[in-house]
Design a protein around this ligand. Structure first.
Ligand code: UD2
Length: 323
């Protein structure tokens, strides 16, 4: 069944965006991707080939956005500088892309009468408060320029709804993992780093004692959350957590990866990473009640799937560096 006619995915050549693009193409949508390929890659769209129009460009380019959002049903906004570290070292640049870029996307959508905008936000907006699980009604406490920018994107989305009637949905992603997430820096997702370590037989680094926990959500579940957010009437104007509601200890994560990859390597322990939070876990009752979303991929299944991707030679892709 064709659900959408025309959609635009900003950041569609990235890790999460490219999985979303695949699902949209499979649903019969006409998909355009806007990506400046700063962290995204053409190869992420190999599986969809010519069924997608990839426009290499920037979300700050007003004229380009105006052209690409014309006659779109839905815009999925995933383009961003996603590195917290980079936002700390160059807050002005990440503000330019994440804040101004988001406002320009929203503005083009309102001018062109786009039906709905689904925006990628982050659990980073919660900061490191001790209360768990995190619910959307808790006060936000951003601790990095990146988190401030994600929160301000949510506020802009709400204001565009109130002022101009633009329908938006913001999704606060917890720790997303899966195929195509590359361990290109020590700040890449811990699962991408650990899986590449296991595949290459190198010891991983565990910061602190490994007792810290995270809510790891598989990219396939994140894609389903996006599709529900785009199609369910009740989602309009809302902000939802996207996680699993289950948290995993970092030390246990390494043990599970070893079990699944039939390897045995002792980790190297290093001092806790500056600014790390101890625990994170989502409350997903809002998205479950409103959109009937339940995560389907268990951490075991998701890790197997991610390991399989690395085993199939994907560790050799450009930009990949085993830690
Ligand atoms: C996640 C997001 C980040 C921001 C932040 C908000 C990812 C990749 N990053 O950071 O963008 O939203 O949440 O709180 O989703 N670790 C190790 N060894 C390693 C790498 C990591 O022990 O080689 C630990 C690390 O110290 C941390 C945990 O694993 O306790 C998760 O680290 P991460 O960088 O994958 O994600 P996180 O939660 O710091």
């Amino acid at each position: 069944m064709k659900v959408f006619s025309r959609v635009l995915v900003t950041g569609g050549a990235g890790f999460i965006g490219s999985h979303l693009v695949e699902a949209l193409v499979a649903s019969g949508a006409e998909v355009t991707v806007l990506d400046n390929l700063s962290t995204g890659h053409r190869r992420n769209l190999d599986s969809v080939g010519k069924s997608v129009t990839l426009v290499e460009g920037d979300i700050r380019d007003r004229a380009l956005l105006d052209q690409l959002t014309r006659s779109c049903d839905v815009v999925f906004h995933h383009a961003a500088i996603v590195s917290v570290t980079q936002s700390v070292s160059d807050p002005a640049l990440s503000c330019d892309v994440n804040d101004l870029g988001t406002v320009r996307v929203l503005d083009a959508c309102r001018k062109n009468g786009v039906g709905r905008v689904v925006m990628a936000s982050s659990s980073a907006v919660y900061g490191d408060g001790p209360i768990l699980p995190k619910t959307e009604t808790m006060p936000a406490c951003p601790l990095s320029p990146y988190a401030v920018q994600k929160l301000s994107g949510e506020h802009y989305a709400a204001v565009f709804g109130r002022l101009y009637g633009l329908e938006t949905v913001c999704l606060r992603y917890f720790n997303v993992y899966g195929p195509r997430q590359t361990p290109s820096s020590p700040y890449s997702g811990v699962i991408s780093l650990f899986v590449s370590n296991a595949v290459s037989g190198r010891p991983p680094t565990i910061y602190g004692d490994g007792s810290q926990t995270r809510d790891f959500v598989h990219v396939g579940d994140v894609v389903r959350a996006n599709l529900l957010a785009a199609t369910q009437k009740a989602a309009a104007g809302r902000v939802f957590n996207v996680g699993t509601g289950v948290s995993t200890r970092i030390r246990d994560l390494w043990d599970t990866i070893q079990e699944l990859s039939l390897t045995k390597t002792a980790p190297v322990f290093a001092p806790p990473r500056a600014g790390d939070i101890q625990d994170s876990c989502s409350d997903i009752s809002a998205i479950t009640q409103c959109l009937d979303f339940t995560p389907k991929v268990t951490i075991h299944q998701g890790l197997s799937d991610t390991l399989a991707w690395y085993h199939h030679g994907n560790g050799k892709i450009p930009g990949y560096r085993a830690q």
